[in-house]
Design a protein around this ligand. Sequence first.
Ligand SMILES: [Zn+2]
Length: 371
Amino acid sequence: MKKDFYEVLGIDKNASAEQIKKAYRKKAIEYHPDKNPGNKEAEENFKAAAEAYEILSDPDKRARYDQYGSAAFDGTGGFSGGGMNMDDIFSQFGDIFGGAFGGGFGGFGSGGGQRRMKGSNLRIKVKLTLEEIANGVEKKVKVKRKIQAKGVTFKTCPTCNGAGQVMKVTNTILGRMQTAATCHTCGGTGQIIESKPNHADAQGMVMEDETVSIKIPAGVVDGMQLKVTGKGNDAPGNNSIPGDLIVAIEEVEHETLKREGENLHLDLYISFAEAALGTSRDIETVSGKVRIKLEEGIQSGKILRLKGKGIPSINSYGNGDLLVHVNVWTPKTLNKEQRHFFEKSLTDENFIPHPEKSDKSFFEKVKDMFS
Ligand SMILES: [Zn+2]
């Protein structure tokens, strides 16, 4: 870490302890996660300011920093540079803000310093056919969740008396300072286990199979992740919040249809004779079979657009299209009679290509498809 801690706080090298504290308070308010939800840059700045304050507010560390720079703290037990977590930062706040700003980051309740533990997320993959993706589907999946065993009882943590935090008093050059730290006995929940059934682990948890129903909207894309709130692992404690179930979508390749965003492509092969005489064909779509008509004299390479027979858009209204690519199959072998027929047709005016202006070239058709 090569940050200049003075620069981070916007102060000069001769700043007094009071100026350092004031500068940090300003930065902490400006970049506080509650004020900048989801803003990664603000979070980084918030952490950087806390790290800078951690060093510069301590006269010993500050002296070491002034002499050796941030290298003095890299990899040492005292400060690992960039290693501060949000709990450390918030526990520092008791001193800076007098408790007015505590708690409050991503699901930790602030009531009395008690922490609501959130369970870990579970991840599963769900395979979907193109038909399921096109129409939306409800899937039932079996997950193994860690949950609190039945019969577990809790009592108030004797170390922190249920507060979840313990106050530490340290003597510094600024006088006596009080900081709040997470209680190690209860991990911040304010409760410990009173009794639990034998099959539960030390935290009163057991693994259990649960069938979870997942509503998958139409139009999902391979690799997309859906969240089922509250269906992850439970966390220990009476008032904990369960984690989430993260569902990763996997699209199973279709036998005949190729997906391209919301559009689908189908290669259709017709015979020489069918192209010349015209025909009709039943083709498979994601919403059942559809009969299409091929005009007599249809050219190989023609693309028929079936409006709305593609995949629904997940973000807006409307469906993509199904694009049917017509391929005329040329016979690979001919018998004598057939050979004779084609040889005769070599000079036949009807068999000589003369594309009209309205027969778009392949490149124009491709351009059309994407417009
Ligand atoms: Zn405790």
